[in-house]
Design a protein around this ligand. Structure first.
Ligand code: ZN
Ligand code: ZN
Length: 87
């Protein structure tokens, strides 16, 4: 009997998608391709910093913190360091 080339599960009739893949792995495959497609057309964004994938409206925490610093820099005469140390 064949095993799934991805997760090495024994491909019994109820779980075999093909000779090489089980259903869960096939679904994951399709999901990954779909996500890559969405990134390509700009519906999803992949964070270059941590690799997390976000939809158009959400932003990664990596950037949120940068955005806050940027906001502080551009809107306040107080230095960033002073704000971060503020008790
Ligand atoms: Zn599998
Ligand atoms: Zn990130």
């Amino acid at each position: 009997m064949n095993r799934c080339k991805n997760c090495n599960t024994l491909l019994t009739d109820d779980i075999a998608y093909s000779d090489q893949l089980c259903y869960p792995c096939e679904e994951e495959n399709m999901h990954n391709e779909y996500v890559e497609h969405l990134i390509e057309i700009g519906h999803l964004t992949q964070c270059e910093n941590c690799g997390n994938i976000w939809d158009g409206n959400a932003q990664c925490n990596c950037w949120t913190f940068d955005d806050i610093l940027e906001y502080i820099r551009s809107n306040s005469p107080i230095s960033v360091t002073e704000i971060l140390n503020y008790d």
